[in-house]
Design a protein around this ligand. Sequence first.
Ligand code: PMV
Length: 324
Amino acid sequence: MKNKITVSAPGKLMLFGEHAVIYGKPCIVTAVDQRIRVRVEKIGGSSITVNAPEVKVKDYSLKISDLGKIEYPKEIKFVLKAVENFFKKYQVKSGLNLETKSGFSSLFGFGSSSAVTVSTIKALSEIFDIEVGNKLLFDICYKTVLEVQGVGSGFDLAAAIWGGTIYFVGGGKKILPLKTKELPLVVGYTGIKADTATLVRKVAGLHKNNKKKVDEIFDSIEKLVRAAKIALENTDYPKLGELMDENQKLLYKLSVSTPELDNLIGSARQTGAFGAKLSGAGGGDCMIALADKSKTAKVKKAIEKSGGVVLDVKFNAEGVRIEK
Ligand code: PMV
């Protein structure tokens, strides 16, 4: 049994199916090469100490007996909820030192909270020598995320655990790794930080007030996600581009796009991308464009000219892993 371990997990980018996935529909997500690392050390005593330099948390400490009883600082809520849930589920406890290290800014919606939750639970399972398979790891993490955040489909956890590109049905009813080749995607950041929970609630409001119309939109999204799965497996970029445009139209109807996103998406299309759409909850954050390699430079330039920041990320990244 080890006393200390470092585990890392990747962030994610939603390719197709956001929002509808909350309502039990499928989506497609890919893991990105921006990782979060969590180092966990078992120590004596009865305190848990967390250091998370990216979010400016230094030597935050609480007693094990306070787990579940006090309000956690919001910057490290996921880490502490993960420890609380793990201790409760497996009836274990120990003093701990935890340290997180992020390879990406939590400003971009790359899923830092899901990656940190997955890394923490995986690290705990290793140092307490408890075998936790991927599906069980998903379930514990999903419970944790729902307790902290209240909403979410869990797609980002699946990406953090399995890595690669995944066909995922809301709540983890289906988690299907896809065989895909390289994806020539360009990612543009609007510069606007978006709050996923707020946007999910906004769509829930629309759904409540206009159930029939919104359900039809979700059904259309489901159809296109299924088509995208086939197009991805066949590396059919023109078809994928078409489906991205279709998905964007439906997201626009759900009122989650913004003028800034529309602007970046429009400029990518005008410079010859196969297709483009927002990625994630919307309200700002990132867009993605699929473009032939010969057009990538032009598309990137157009996004930047329209006020976006091009982010350099690789897709299909490896899932959760133990670091040396
Ligand atoms: O903004 P992101 O990248 O966390 O994506 C949210 C995607 C939603 O479908 C809106 C929410 C979810 O948990 O599936």
